[in-house]
Write a protein that binds this ligand. Structure first.
Ligand code: BGC
Length: 723
């Protein structure tokens, strides 16, 4: 009863509660530890030196939050033990990386972006929130809103790709899905947008590396997806590991105070990344951990994840008069506010005690949803007419993913790949004629007997890619071709005179080299729990592919970074005169596959475009498209703009709108876009929107290599939109 009463009182008056906390208890609220510290047999991995944080039992039980949790029982036992010891009975809040599913695994975020369907992302996040809450998780470290243009970086798989507009829509949809309308309700999580800022722009694609960028580029390309997540209501924000123009983000006052808080109006909790505050010493901007703590609290870091500079040094900094206790009180207030908003004072076990795990986690409807979404995330890169296949055609499956369950992708730590079907199993279940299947990377993995069997097939399906753990955090690479000699499998099929379908499993755009000569190529990324079923549906044609690339496919690594929305040079490449122009001697400037590319079994013809600019602030764009085929399916109709003359110079194309439209066989439709003047804005290096009067080119197509275009005159100038 006492506990219930206390909770009621705290609910009403957090300020009062803070007054009753000792300075140690306050600072404790700002520390986040892994479950390992509370329970030495925890299932959650604790890495490196962080295992030895030199904390005694009393300090550990001051912590305000927990990072990652194994399961429901672990959560309940830690919370219980904690509350028994705690003087004020302030519950722990449990945070974890629920990135693309809890146990029902959805496609990786880069694949989700390829759906060009934010509502699917919202649904996936909603389901993930519900499943995760059965284990008592309250906060997810998602969305990762880092715009990513460098496929060497392993974390592009966690991103929504290279385009600020698409990544903004997807980031906002993630927040909405996880949080729902009210995070106090059971089944909803609070979102933490990460990694602020511009982590995707690390030099050379090497993880944790430096970021140097103009503010002009920051405001126009990198900032929008974070801002979109904040506008969607994200309750937390995580600072990035990297430096940003010379200062580690973790202690970057300008990024936190001026940009995040003042300009983006972020009012929530700010957390470091994993041991980020301690890393400030390694960066060389703080002499020791005490100075790191000083810089962190001054910059605006509320919670320190998995390092102990606050717990060890903040008290001394207050006593020495260097840190005002008011700053600490404000940070503690934000932590307690979050706990209150999550309803933890009323129910510290939220979800773990009230939800029936057995009915929710990996239930059939969730798994079906993973499949439905997977259908829209795969991208048909090439098809010379071989697809869809007839069920009577004899198939041989070779490559490492012929009979492999590892289709979840990185950052799916609760997903159990043993529950997934393999491609071979899925084909057989759908009654395709599979005459041979065997995993192998290299031509030499297939012996004489195997080759005899493969020869019996009409089509060889090359099931190729990267290992799941070859992408994700700290998985940067310089060579992006198919690893371990997989290209030799195409040679094998060609030696046997077979037609080939290549199915790719990977977390980043790859360099395809000779693989491009395969008759058909389906990019499937890592599509999650029902990947294999979804892929077979697409190959058999019971579902028509509709995914579009959220990230450019390069021809070779030397072209990196290559993205569609680049600036023009003063000497752009021209066919007729190509000596002193911006180009390479050994490869063209073209991508292998451009942003927005993705085929369908249908044939969409962009017939005409009309532009109505009678309104002063709005433009209506009408496009007529015909599905000239017997296949019904979705097309993602994409609208790009270009400001023809502007200072500073603007990108050669910028995606500003798209619609995913269903076409029946042979149907012709008129699609209408309403463009507002605000869609034409750009930001200056101070982050202020501006617009110059003049001509814009509006172009439309099924990829960033658009088909139709028209000029529009914009009459009004805007210097500062917020005025
Ligand atoms: C990653 C974050 C993640 C955190 C907690 C870090 O290593 O950079 O994205 O949220 O760990 O797991």
């Amino acid at each position: 009863l006492a506990r219930v009463l206390l909770r009621k009182v705290y609910k009403m008056n957090l300020k009062q509660l803070i007054k009753t906390l000792s300075i140690e208890e306050k600072i404790g609220q700002l520390m986040q530890l892994a479950p390992f510290f509370f329970k030495k047999d925890s299932k959650v991995e604790v890495i490196g030196s962080v295992r030895h944080l030199d904390l005694d039992e009393d300090e550990i039980f001051l912590a305000g939050s927990v990072l990652g949790i194994g399961n429901r029982e672990e959560m309940i036992s830690i919370q219980k033990k904690y509350l028994e010891k705690s003087r004020h009975k302030i519950p722990l809040v449990f945070m974890a990386d629920i990135i693309h599913g809890y146990e029902s695994i959805f496609p990786i975020p880069l694949a989700l972006a390829c759906s060009f369907n934010p509502s699917l992302v919202e649904q996936a996040s909603k389901v993930s929130a519900l499943e995760a809450q059965t284990a008592g998780i309250h906060v997810t470290f998602a969305p990762m809103a880092d715009v990513s243009r460098d496929p060497r970086w392993g974390r592009v798989m966690e991103s929504f790709g290279e385009d600020p507009y698409l990544a903004s829509l997807m980031s906002a949809a993630t927040v909405k899905g996880f949080q729902g309308s009210d995070i106090s309700k059971v089944g909803h999580l609070a979102s933490c947008v990460k990694h602020f800022a511009a982590y995707g722009a690390i030099e050379a694609g090497r993880d944790y590396n430096t970021v140097e960028m103009s503010m002009h580029q920051f405001y126009n390309v990198y900032a929008p997806p974070y801002e979109a997540a904040i506008k969607a209501g994200s309750h937390l924000a995580m600072m990035a590991f990297n430096t940003f123009n010379g200062i580690p983000c973790t202690v970057h006052d300008t990024l936190i105070q001026n940009i995040l808080k003042d300009e983006m109006h972020f009012k929530g909790l700010i957390i470091t990344d994993y041991d980020g505050l301690q890393q400030v010493v390694a960066h060389g901007v703080a002499e020791n951990r005490k100075e790191a703590a000083y810089q962190g609290i001054k910059a605006g870091i509320d919670i320190e994840m998995m390092s102990t500079t606050y717990i060890k040094h903040l008290k001394a900094l207050v006593e020495e008069g260097r840190v005002d206790i008011k700053i600490i009180d404000d940070a503690v207030m934000r932590v307690l506010e979050l706990k209150r908003k999550l309803g933890l004072f009323e129910d510290p076990y939220k979800g773990a005690s009230s939800l029936d795990r057995n009915k929710i986690v990996m239930c059939e409807s969730h798994l079906e949803l993973t499949k439905k979404i997977a259908h829209e995330c795969a991208v048909l890169l090439k098809n010379d007419g071989l697809l869809p296949i007839d069920k009577e055609v004899k198939l041989a499956l070779i490559g490492p993913y012929a009979n492999n369950q590892q289709t979840n992708g990185a950052w799916s730590w609760h997903g159990d790949t043993r529950k997934n079907k393999t491609l071979a199993e899925a084909f057989i279940k759908q009654q395709n004629k599979v005459v041979f299947y065997k995993n192998g990377h290299h031509i030499s993995d297939y012996h004489e007997d195997d080759i005899k069997e493969i020869s019996k097939a009409d089509i060889v399906i090359l099931c190729l890619g990267e290992y799941e753990r070859e992408t994700g955090e700290a998985k940067s690479k310089t060579k992006l071709n198919l690893p371990r000699g997989q290209e030799t499998l195409l040679e094998l099929a060609k030696l046997l005179n077979k037609k080939t379908i290549t199915i790719l499993f990977n977390g980043r755009p790859l360099v395809l080299n000779e693989m491009i000569t395969s008759n058909a190529i389906l990019e499937t990324w890592f599509l999650g729990s029902r990947a294999a079923d979804a892929i077979v549906d697409l190959l058999n044609g019971s579902v028509n592919p509709s995914g579009k690339l959220a990230m450019t496919f390069i021809q070779n690594e030397g072209q990196i970074p290559l993205y569609y929305n680049h600036l023009n040079t003063g000497r752009p490449y021209r066919d007729e005169y190509n000596e002193y122009v911006s180009k390479y001697l050994d490869v063209s400037n073209e991508p292998e596959f451009c942003f927005g590319h993705g085929l369908s079994y249908a044939n969409f013809i962009y017939q005409s475009m009309d532009l109505d600019d009678n309104f002063s602030n709005n433009y209506q764009v009408k496009v007529q498209i015909k599905n000239d085929s017997k296949f019904a399916g979705y097309e993602v109709v994409q609208l790009y703009i270009k400001d023809n003359v502007s200072r500073p110079v603007r990108p050669i194309k910028e995606l500003k709108a798209f619609q995913k439209v269903w076409f029946e066989a042979n149907e012709t439709k008129t699609i209408i876009f309403e463009l507002h003047q605000s869609d034409l804005l750009y930001k200056n290096e101070k982050g202020k929107p501006f617009l110059e009067a003049g001509f814009f080119t509006i172009s439309i197509g099924g990829s960033s290599q658009t088909k139709l275009s028209k000029q529009v005159y914009c009459k009004e100038e805007i210097d500062d939109y917020s005025k």
